[in-house]
Design a protein around this ligand. Structure first.
Ligand code: HEM
Length: 490
């Protein structure tokens, strides 16, 4: 392999370190520019460590899926995995026995069949969400209602308990660390990732440890305490079915210690709340900017469901335009633009280029989902692109959820939650922009997004106008009934 070259890329810098070429803000746009300039597979260096970026779905399928035995590792991540998580988050663990034990627990709770059991809960919580949006005060408070909705569903799935308000103790405690995990995963952000020799400094001088170690103590206390609650309920025979109840009653089978189980059970919480909320926010943004799409989806829902009842999971197959709209939400502004980096676990050769053992490999999902050759006019929000096609890449579109053995295990539950909330918002409300003092609509930018492993629209005001005279009545009646049924989840 010594005769082979790494994939092309930006000019190599002093000490082979391109860190300075990568802006901390929306770094995926720089990756995409480099993919355009140098080709679908590019490379650069971070502190002497090779990084490869795959800019087309074809390259990602060829490597991350077809050669899963090589490309299912995770790069060494000193801050996010080793220091912040004590090596216990499966998401940052390389493929191997420890990862497989973690994954079997996750899969048991989140596989396509298991998630059907969560539909009744998702339906009930979405009825509460409709009432919250109907009675929302101010044009930004929808964000808090969406977050409560997503946290409550994920918390029920993981621990069998509802979150009724954002002032719930576990939410308040989690908010102290929430977001930190995403923030530490910006490539090139920490010197020690590029220069691990800094770990040889006396511990008291390792300034980069102080903050993540503080967060780790808080995280561990929180994850253990919510898991121990379920342990207690199991002993008292009062536990609701949940991932925690299932895995604690089979702990020996999964081969995970208490603290490892506690961290595994926190994975849906860490990876599932922000992503679900961000997806629904992207939907709302698109509805403000593309009102004709909103009207077309509402027309479809009205023709299938009518106005006297809410749409439900049973209507899914009869709503192809809504299904296409959801795919377009995940494509138009993908919320995990570079996925989560993989690492190669052996030398490999792809189209004459060397991808060395230990290289960090990013799937540039942003480049793939905005590739005009596959998605003409990528900035247009056009669900029709998924209907007027026989291209299998569009018919089976799931690029936003990653690739191969590391493909998002929460995909099924995420799509269920997103569907039931979106279809009911469309049925109940016209999502409309706020107006300024002169009565002119304030349209948000389509490109004002945050930076991090997960990106979301920066907060924009919007309002929810009931579509018919009877909407409020149906929403209130359904929410009251849901409130009673939800008491089972305490
Ligand atoms: C629309 C919402 C979501 C999107 C777009 C999304 C996207 C992704 C992506 C791109 C990855 C990285 C895949 C790779 O490495 O190739 C990932 C990983 C992951 N996701 Fe999601 N996700 C979403 C919702 C969820 C939910 C709701 C959960 C949990 C209930 C979840 C749990 C996870 C976990 C545990 C991983 C790590 C998998 C591993 O390392 O093997 N995600 N997700």
């Amino acid at each position: 392999s010594s005769n082979l070259n790494l994939p092309p890329g930006p000019p190599r810098r002093f000490f082979r370190d391109n860190r300075k070429d990568i802006p901390p803000f929306q770094f995926w746009k720089t990756f995409t520019l480099w993919n355009k300039q140098h080709g679908p597979v590019i490379s650069f260096y971070l502190g002497g460590k090779p990084v490869v970026v795959l800019g087309t779905a074809e390259a990602a399928h060829d490597l991350l899926e077809k050669k899963g035995e090589i490309y299912s590792g995770r790069p060494r991540n000193i801050i996010g995995h080793e220091i912040l998580s004590g090596g216990m988050r499966g998401m940052g663990t390389s493929y191997g026995p420890q990862y497989r034990r973690w994954k079997s627990l996750i899969q048991a709770g989140l596989n396509a069949k298991a998630v059907l059991n969560y539909q009744p809960l998702e339906s009930l919580e979405s009825k509460i969400l409709m009432r919250d949006l109907l009675t929302a005060e101010g044009h930004l408070s929808y964000k808090d209602h969406l977050r409560r909705f997503a946290v409550s569903i994920i918390f029920c799935v993981a621990y069998g308990r509802r979150i009724k308000t954002m002032s719930d103790d576990v939410v308040v405690r989690n908010m102290k660390t929430d977001g930190y995990f995403g923030k530490v995963h910006v490539p090139g952000k920490f010197l020690v990732e590029s220069w691990p020799a800094l770990l040889y400094l006396p511990r008291s001088l390792q300034w980069f440890r102080w903050e993540p170690e503080r967060h780790r103590t808080l995280d561990t206390e929180l994850y253990m305490s919510v898991m121990n609650d379920v342990k207690r309920q199991l002993a008292e025979n009062t536990a609701q079915p949940s991932m925690a109840a299932y895995s604690l009653s089979r702990q020996a089978e999964f081969g995970l210690s208490d603290v490892e189980t506690a961290y595994a059970l926190s994975a849906p919480w860490a990876a599932g709340v922000g992503t679900t909320v961000a997806s629904i926010e992207v939907f709302l943004l698109a509805m403000l900017l593309f009102p004709a799409v909103q009207a077309k989806a509402q027309e479809e829902i009205d023709s299938v469901v009518g106005q006297s009842r809410l749409p439900g999971f049973e209507d899914y197959d009869a709503l192809p335009y809504v299904q296409a709209l959801i795919k377009e939400v995940t494509r138009w502004r993908c919320i995990a633009p570079t996925g989560f980096p993989h690492a190669s676990m052996a030398d490999d050769v792809y189209k004459g280029m060397l991808i060395p053992n230990g290289a960090t490999v990013y799937a540039n999902i942003y480049a793939m989902t905005t590739d005009p050759a596959v998605f003409p006019d990528p900035d247009e929000f056009r669900p029709e692109r998924f209907l007027e096609t026989s291209d299998p890449r569009l018919l089976n579109f799931d690029i936003p959820f990653g690739f191969g053995r590391r493909l998002c295990p929460g995909k099924h539950v995420a799509l269920q939650t997103v569907y039931i909330s979106i279809v009911r918002i469309l049925w109940a409300f016209n999502t409309l922009p706020s107006s300024n003092a002169e009565g002119k609509p304030i349209l948000p930018s389509a490109d004002d997004f945050t930076t991090g492993l997960i990106t979301r629209p920066t907060p924009f005001p919007c309002r929810f106008e009931p579509r018919t005279g009877s909407t409020a009545e149906v929403v209130h009646a359904e929410a009251d009934r849901a409130e009673t049924e939800l008491t089972a989840w305490k």
